[in-house]
Design a protein around this ligand. Structure first.
Ligand code: HEM
Ligand code: MG
Length: 258
């Protein structure tokens, strides 16, 4: 592929910006651990988390989520505590990205971009699965409905074709958190929307979409932001409509419909 001068200049500028912050993106090597979470993989690729994907402590998690995404300390610490159960060692003080791959602990079926464990690798990005989700991303700006439709479609597909399909109410809460995550990282917290291009780039490259113009939000993300968005997303997964239908049976009987 021949690079244009502009691409070279942009690439060099981006590399310089990332290097200045000490968080240049580097692809994982063969001995580095990576897991089912595109964001933790991304943060490891940028060196916010250990690049080898090992020994992720509470301090490391809080610093990473705070400096890369402006999560407040309480939220980041809570997320670390939830992750810790993935390390089977008693009284563990860290987890690894590989710990997260164990099926039905934190990793679950019907992921947006990964295969169900029953069908194969449950943690490497899978474009075919991602396409199943993206069919429902019908505009350039993703809203709660589009994101929810992708989630529900993946669940329906798994429920129909995976004889081991499992989705507990705890998994549903995690899953809602994962579906809103792109909004939290790259989108508008108030409008509950996010630019589709940024999200696709992030999933495919496990890289912060800096070269597409994204930069860290100025404000801080709190548990309150997450709870509100999770509520919006939960409602958006319902297949029941609430608006009044335009035509009533009375109109039909009176013949006024025609
Ligand atoms: C998925 C863990 C933070 C975005 C997952 C999964 C795990 C996980 C185990 C796999 C679930 C599945 O089977 O699909 C964690 C832990 C975190 C963390 C332990 C912090 C300590 C974040 C953050 C974001 C994020 C901060 C972005 C703001 C996502 C997304 C998915 C996901 C978008 C869905 C991937 C898919 O369905 O293909 N995470 N995560 N995560 N995570 Fe994280
Ligand atoms: Mg999964």
């Amino acid at each position: 592929m021949k690079l244009t001068t502009l691409q070279v200049v942009l690439g060099v500028t981006l590399a310089a910006a990332e290097a200045q912050c000490g968080h240049q993106w580097t692809a994982p090597g063969p001995d580095d651990f990576r897991g089912p979470c595109p964001m933790l993989n991304t943060l490891a690729n940028h060196g916010f988390l250990p690049h080898n994907g090992r020994n992720i402590t509470k301090d490391i998690t809080v610093n990473a989520l705070s400096s890369a995404l402006h999560f407040n300390k309480t939220l980041a610490a809570l997320m670390f505590e939830m992750a810790l159960i993935a390390n089977p060692a008693p009284n563990a003080t860290f987890f690894t990205l590989d710990n997260l791959n164990v099926h039905n602990v934190l990793e679950h079926d019907a992921s947006l971009s990964r295969s169900d464990a029953f069908f194969g690798n449950n943690h490497v990005f899978n474009e075919t699965i991602f396409d199943e989700t993206r069919v429902y991303w019908t505009g350039p700006v993703l809203d709660a409905n589009m994101l929810a439709n992708g989630k529900v479609a993946r669940q329906l597909n798994s429920k129909a074709f995976n004889p081991k399909y499992t989705f507990t109410s705890t998994m549903e809460q995690f899953s809602l958190g994962e579906v809103i995550a792109p909004i939290v990282a790259f989108g508008d917290l108030e409008a509950a929307t996010v630019n589709r291009t940024l999200v696709e780039y992030f999933f495919r490259n496990e890289r912060l979409p800096t070269e597409l113009g994204w930069s860290i939000r100025p404000g801080v993300v709190s548990l309150d932001n997450i709870s509100k968005l999770t509520g919006i997303m939960g409602n958006a997964t319902s297949l029941i409509t609430t608006a009044q239908p335009v035509v009533s049976t009375r109109d039909l009987h009176a013949g006024s419909f025609f």
